[in-house]
Design a protein around this ligand. Structure first.
Ligand code: SF4
Ligand code: SF4
Length: 406
């Protein structure tokens, strides 16, 4: 299995940073640079800082740590870089390098990278949110307090809608697929899981769901927490490789790249984006969908672009719903600010990015918002709720399953 604890040696790391030719073409695509217009908040600036720290020419300081921590990990820079700079590797390594220099107040919150603790938090947050206590309690705490932020941004309880009825497959059995919902999917994204089961069953697939909600390891990996990432990915790989499935379909776009390129690297088991898989299925055209005369705004998450799936599968699948008007939200800013637990750690930047997305939504006058990553979905949903706007935010699969003809 890949060993994520094996960070590149220093010379190898310096070679990675040397690939940056400082052209600056990534700058207009970087959400934090767009916000601050400051070189240290750009990919080029961060790479230069990481190189200086790794070569011993710059002592890690509070501001170096802050500039590197303000990075969302959206990888918009990596996608557009003409030199093929592997920015994700640079980010992961530089955060690990800076870890011993972090103040204890920052290190204390690393427990937020643990999937079991996050699940616990999501579960206890449910009743608080259902009785509308969570935002109220959150407002009692200072705006900068992480606990206050967590309470204010608790996901609202899912709509109380019946799960789509399990369908009889209208075609012969076509194999088994593992649905990967990530560490929080069974708590926070149950409607998407129900929808995925329903659509896949209609296409004749047997759906397998791994026990224990295995994690893709992205949170720990992007925090430079190599030990935790290695522990999580080792467990997850073991679970997935013993499952009798032909492929793993990932529900949340934020999990795909980490699962495919780190956790399952070198495995013969295919790991695919669920939307791309459905869009490429030649039997999908045989399914019927009820018309929906509504306008939907689609926010394509930065992770969906960074993992290579892009907007094409979403557009292709939604085009099957008659009368649906689909509007893609502007690409910039590339990230809505959720970015794993970024919205907790960097509330100011996260809220400014979300604010821009909410203004775009306002201009689109959409009846419904669709996005394929659970973190973006919750963060946008909360932003709309804080503004008193009651616009549902769903995964595209949920809308497709609701419109699927019996
Ligand atoms: S990361 Fe790539 S695009 Fe950005 S400055 Fe370096 S070489 Fe140019
Ligand atoms: S990952 Fe995103 S936020 Fe970080 S430097 Fe690249 S573009 Fe900017």
């Amino acid at each position: 299995m890949p060993d994520t604890s094996q960070m590149p040696a220093n010379t190898e790391f310096l070679a990675l940073t040397d690939q940056c030719v400082m052209c600056g073409l990534c700058l207009p695509h970087c959400p934090t640079y767009r916000l601050e217009k400051h070189e240290a908040e750009s990919p080029r600036g961060r790479i230069a800082m990481a190189r200086l720290v790794a070569s011993g020419q710059l002592a890690p300081s509070a501001s170096t740590i802050a500039h590197l921590d303000h990075c969302l990990g959206c990888l918009a820079c990596e996608v557009v870089c003409p030199s093929g700079v592997r920015y994700e590797q640079i980010l992961v390594h530089s955060r690990a390098l800076l870890e011993p220099s972090r103040p204890a107040s920052l290190r204390r919150w690393r427990w937020l990278h643990d999937p079991a603790r996050l699940r616990f938090l999501a579960r206890i947050g449910r009743p608080l949110q259902a009785f509308r206590w969570a935002p109220w309690l959150g407002r009692l705490l200072p705006g900068t307090s992480r606990l206050g932020r967590i309470l204010r941004e608790m996901p609202r309880p899912p709509e109380n809608l019946p799960a789509p009825k399990p369908r009889q497959a209208s075609m012969p059995p076509r194999g088994s697929l593992t649905l990967f919902a990530g560490c929080l999917g069974h708590v926070l994204d149950r409607d998407t899981l129900d929808a995925a089961r329903s659509l896949l069953a209609a296409l004749g697939y047997r759906v397998i769901e791994p026990a224990g909600s295995p994690c893709c390891g992205a949170l720990a990996l992007h925090a430079g927490d190599a030990e935790d990432a290695a522990r999580q990915t080792h467990h997850t790989r073991g679970v997935l490789e013993t499952s009798p499935a032909d492929a793993v379909l990932v529900i949340a776009s934020g999990c795909l790249r980490s699962l495919r390129d780190h956790t399952m690297q070198g495995s013969t088991l295919r790991v695919e984006d669920v939307l791309a898989f459905l869009a490429a299925d030649d039997q999908f055209a045989s399914l019927g969908f009820r018309p929906l005369p509504r306008r939907v705004a689609v926010m394509v998450p930065c992770s969906q672009i960074a993992n290579g799936a892009g907007s094409a599968p979403i557009k292709s699948l939604l085009s099957r719903i008659p009368q649906l008007e689909v509007q893609l939200m502007p690409e910039q800013p590339r990230c809505c600010g959720a970015a794993g637990n970024y919205f907790i750690e960097n509330p100011n930047q996260a809220d400014r990015l979300r604010g821009e997305k909410l203004d775009q939504l306002d201009a689109l006058k959409a009846d419904l918002v669709l996005t394929s990553n659970i973190g973006c979905r919750i963060f946008l949903d909360n932003g709309l709720r804080h503004q008193g706007r009651n616009i549902p935010v769903l995964h595209p699969l949920t809308l497709l399953a609701r419109q699927l003809e019996p």
